[in-house]
Design a protein around this ligand. Structure first.
Ligand code: NAD
Length: 335
């Protein structure tokens, strides 16, 4: 029996998480789900987007499965995702994007894993106003240790997953210190992995290459903000955000979620694709060494998407089913 903290989240979160939990339970794995709250819903209820009980639950269980959390745009509370990643030092955000048979996309051969630094850099939102609120300053603080942790993780991931190449994406031509240090660490680390091809690309050119020739990319390691953007780009290469899972990994804790957000434009309509969060569940089961259950779910998801009969509107706009019905179809495909 595994103890896992379950955060349903905001917007489409509760409906995709409900579908995913049913699928995971149906795989035969024994999980004691400990439900906790976070995000906009928690803020509206308790005046606190990350209640103490949620932090305690994750600290105890060391594994969490969560839906997306809304972060107010422009003002309001800071990202709770950033808080969780920093609190449990979940330094590696692993986001695999692979072509799905049956999911319409422009490419047939995408297989890219973004390994994003998750606790440092511009994305953590270390900001202030100066000059009577007429100047805004955002600080991108990067440590050598943080760069070493994530770059080593990427090379180890490549080696253990039989991957051939690691590409570092950076902006060291302009950000000579913060991005420069990241690149320098990547170059030094690459020397310890002669079995892995090492490549480096400036982030803007990397985007162009990735859109034109995604097959040239394998494992990609990059800083927090670039990884955030690149992983949505890779989602676009394989059929959309409804398909891409993510794992936030630390040395002694991990949190699993979809790459996408709370999707307010489709929330409450039972039309969100549950695949991304179900596949985040598959990543969680592999982390928990439950490979049989993980394989069972993955095969069923692949079958349902390839058949295209019981899938949500992002995959079959003409004859879609709802989030819950797609989850049920995946459970049926596991039998
Ligand atoms: P989003 O990822 O929520 O949505 C972008 C687009 O993708 C929308 O058109 C949406 O309908 C679509 N989409 C997303 N998930 C889908 C799914 N499962 N099935 C079908 N379509 C799907 O991004 P956004 O609209 O920019 O952000 C909304 C909120 O989510 C913001 O408050 C943002 O801060 C938050 N967010 C949270 C996380 C997280 O919790 N990890 C990640 C990203 C964004």
């Amino acid at each position: 029996m595994h103890n896992v903290t379950l955060i349903k989240g905001d917007g489409i979160g509760p409906s995709i998480i409900d579908a995913a939990v049913k699928v995971i339970n149906a795989s035969g794995v024994k999980i004691n789900w400990e439900e906790a709250e976070a995000g906009l819903g928690a803020f509206e209820k308790y005046g606190n987007p990350i209640p103490e009980a949620t932090l305690t639950s994750i600290a105890k269980n060391r594994v969490a499965f969560k839906g997306p959390l809304t972060t107010p745009v422009g003002d309001g509370f800071r990202s709770i995702n950033v808080v969780l990643r920093q609190t449990y030092h979940l330094f590696a955000n692993v986001r695999p994007a692979k072509t799905w048979q049956g999911a319409h996309s422009r490419y047939e051969n995408v297989d890219i894993v973004i390994v994003r630094e998750n606790t440092e850099g511009l994305y953590i939102g270390s900001e202030r106003y100066l000059d009577d609120n007429n100047t805004a300053e955002s600080i991108a603080r990067v440590t050598r240790e943080g760069c070493e942790n994530i770059v080593t993780y990427a090379f180890e991931y490549a080696r253990s997953h039989n991957r051939k190449k690691v590409t570092v994406c950076h902006k060291a031509n302009i950000l000579k210190y913060s991005s420069g240090m990241f690149l320098d660490v990547a170059r030094q680390t690459a020397k310890q992995y002669p079995d892995i091809i090492f490549d480096e690309k400036i982030i803007d050119a990397a985007c162009m290459h990735m859109v034109m020739h995604p097959e040239q990319f394998d494992v990609v390691v990059t800083t927090n903000m670039f990884g955030d953007i690149l992983s949505d780009l890779t989602a676009g290469l394989v059929g959309g955000l409804g398909l891409i899972p993510g794992a936030n990994i630390g040395k002694d804790a991990a949190l699993f979620e979809a790459v996408h957000g709370s999707a307010p434009d489709i929330a409450g309509k039972n039309i969100a694709n549950p695949t991304a969060v179900i596949m985040a569940g598959v990543m969680m089961l592999r982390y928990l060494d439950e490979h049989q259950a993980a394989d069972k779910i993955q095969t069923a998801v692949e079958k349902v998407i390839a058949e295209g009969q019981f899938v949500t509107s992002d995959l079959n706009p003409l004859q879609p089913v709802g989030t819950d019905a797609m989850g049920e179809a995946i459970i049926a495909a596991m039998q």
